[in-house]
Design a protein around this ligand. Structure first.
Ligand code: CMP
Length: 139
């Protein structure tokens, strides 16, 4: 089923100028970038986006990291886009990520793991609406 998911290219990756190489991996995996913007999250935005993790011990550090530089937020579209993007991203912990995945190739650490992707179609809809209006997305 054609689906959309939210992707974030994180500050560790924008700092190393990897946006184009990550986008190429997404496109080669069959995903289409139907909306994209480069922005810098405020602390309030990062706290709200990751609110589900607010009780976790890594929350404050995650917010500091996600606001440490620019991010590229994007909507990806394609067949089974949520699962497909998670496949090409690889495991959250780059030490456990499969060969050839974005995190295996580029991630610096469990926190600075280069990309975020929605974990379900329901969360994808919520996360896309966090950053984009329908007018911003051109399929
Ligand atoms: P992401 O997929 O964006 O979702 C939550 C983020 O928290 C995760 O990627 C990592 O960047 C960060 N993080 C830091 N420590 C952990 C941890 N122990 N477990 C999961 N995520 C972590």
């Amino acid at each position: 089923m054609t689906e959309r998911t939210l992707s974030i290219i994180k500050p560790d990756a924008t700092r190393r100028n990897l946006t184009g190489r990550i986008n190429a991996m997404l496109e080669e995996a069959g995903l289409r970038i139907v909306a994209q913007k480069r922005t810098r999250l405020t602390v309030d935005e990062a706290r709200a986006f990751y609110a589900v993790h607010r009780e976790r011990p890594f929350f404050d550090s995650l917010v500091t990291f996600m606001t440490s530089g620019p991010v590229v937020v994007q909507v990806l579209e394609g067949r089974d886009a949520v699962a497909r993007n998670r496949d090409i991203m690889g495991a959250t912990n780059p030490e456990q990520a499969a060969d050839g995945t974005i995190r295996k190739v580029f991630a610096e650490s469990l926190e600075a793991n280069s990309v975020h992707g929605s974990d379900s179609p329901d969360n994808a809809a919520i996360e896309i609406a966090f950053f984009f209006s329908a007018r911003d997305i051109t399929g």
